[in-house]
Design a protein around this ligand. Structure first.
Ligand SMILES: NC(=O)c1ccc[n+]([C@@H]2O[C@H](COP(=O)([O-])OP(=O)(O)OC[C@H]3O[C@@H](n4cnc5c(N)ncnc54)[C@H](OP(=O)(O)O)[C@@H]3O)[C@@H](O)[C@H]2O)c1
Length: 372
């Protein structure tokens, strides 16, 4: 079901601020592959009497947590929730029943749930139960708070952000393979911030071997979970003593190994004997990775980009020049101008001495995967 534009008429100021509170509470959760949801119960007097969030698969839903926190004060009150309540039996009973049984009279919803098991049926059920429902008051805000969830439920794929750091003349590594560090501390801290928003961070076999990255979030005072390392393995053997094997990586490989015991192996060979990247992007959500950050080298970057599998590009341009042929951002051949992909630039920001450019494939631009 598509989102209607936000409709804020008839929503009280206390309901508006309850939605902000619910969004804020949900922002501190990592529930993927489930959605990030926050809920607030307002008493008949309009004061906050209960707050809840959903912490992930198998955990109580945000609505139920907020209703339980409110207790009897929920009776006759209003539930403000960021995402449409569910109406199906999953690992927990339907939220619509819990809302009905609590005696709540009104439900204000930030956005409709794009999951086809919910998608409008939660709202319909609440209305059938005689509850006053005000839906989709802030679809954009809710979507921006959990873009990977909306992306996955609509496309069946993980949301892929490709990060590259290059010199101003477009080199991601020197001819000897060295690339640390092209950018300064401000840009590198920004990469760690994006890692902290990701469920998984992927590199290809080449980067794993050359850079031996840890792929962890290293930010002062960071207390959230670490993203899972994801390795796109190649045809050749990878040394088992690499740092990422210390963190139970997810390894997509065209062959069975052997791999260190800590590895979760998924074999997905394509016809050229490499990993089938399209299959990887569809498989990742089954393993809890909806938001993937790719920090691979030019081979993986070129393969993902030319297959139309990148949803967001974050390019850091270091304040230096390579002045010659090292490694350019994407492997492959740029044969003629007509092959260039159009992009839409979302932002250009200066970070210390460097630049950060964020962009995405232009709508209607050439996209092989989407067209397939
Ligand atoms: N500046 C930056 O942002 C940045 C970031 C990362 C890395 N780097 C630099 O880039 C260099 C490494 O680049 P790289 O291109 O060798 O590493 P890569 O892109 O991380 O890894 C490429 C390898 O992944 C394997 N692979 C498996 N399936 C694949 C598929 N479908 N498509 C593409 N690759 C697949 C292949 O291994 P096989 O060939 O064995 O089959 C391939 O050679 C290093 O110098 C590193 O320092 C720079």
């Amino acid at each position: 079901m598509s989102q209607r534009p936000g409709n804020n008429q008839d929503v009280t100021p206390s309901e508006q601020s309850a939605l902000q509170e619910a969004l804020q509470a949900a922002a501190a959760t990592w529930p993927h592959p489930n959605p990030r949801v926050g809920a607030v119960v307002l008493s008949t007097a309009g004061t906050v009497v209960g707050t809840g969030v959903h912490k992930g698969p198998g955990a109580t839903h945000a609505e139920v947590e907020a209703i339980e926190a409110a207790g009897e004060a929920a009776f006759g009150g209003t539930l403000v929730v960021t995402l449409e309540p569910c109406n199906h039996h999953g690992r927990t009973p339907p939220c619509t029943e819990a809302i009905h049984q609590s005696g709540i009279r009104r439900v204000v919803i930030g956005a409709l749930d794009p999951d086809e098991r919910v998608s409008g049926s939660g709202i319909e059920r609440l209305r059938t139960l005689g509850i006053d429902v005000h839906d989709a008051i802030a679809p954009q805000l809710v979507q921006e708070a959990d873009p990977a969830y909306f992306h996955h439920r609509r496309s069946g794929r993980a949301r892929v952000t490709l990060k590259l750091a290059a010199t101003l003349d477009g080199q991601v590594a020197a001819a000897d393979g060295s690339s640390q560090w092209i950018t300064g501390p401000e840009a590198r801290a920004d990469v760690h911030r994006i890692r902290s928003e990701s469920d998984g961070v992927a590199v290809g076999a080449g980067t794993a071997r050359t850079d031996n990255p840890k792929l962890t979030v290293r930010l002062d005072a960071y207390e959230g979970p670490q993203p899972r390392p994801v390795l796109i393995a190649g045809r050749e053997v990878i040394p088992p003593d690499l740092a990422l094997f210390e963190r139970s990586p997810l390894v997509y490989s065209p062959h069975p190994g052997p791999w260190p015991d800590s590895t979760e192996l998924v074999e997905v060979a394509s016809s050229d004997g490499r990993v089938d990247l399209s299959a990887v992007i569809r498989d990742l959500p089954n393993r809890g990775v909806l938001e993937l950050l790719v920090e691979g080298g030019p081979t993986l970057a070129g393969a993902l980009s030319s297959a139309g599998l990148v949803d967001r590009y974050v390019l850091y341009l270091g304040a230096r020049l390579g002045q010659g042929g090292g490694r350019s951002m994407f492997d492959g051949v740029f044969a003629t101008l007509a092959d260039a992909r159009s992009v839409e630039i979302d932002s250009v920001v200066q970070l210390g001495p460097d630049l950060r450019v964020e962009f995405r494939p232009a709508i209607g631009g050439r996209q092989p995967e989407a067209a397939a």
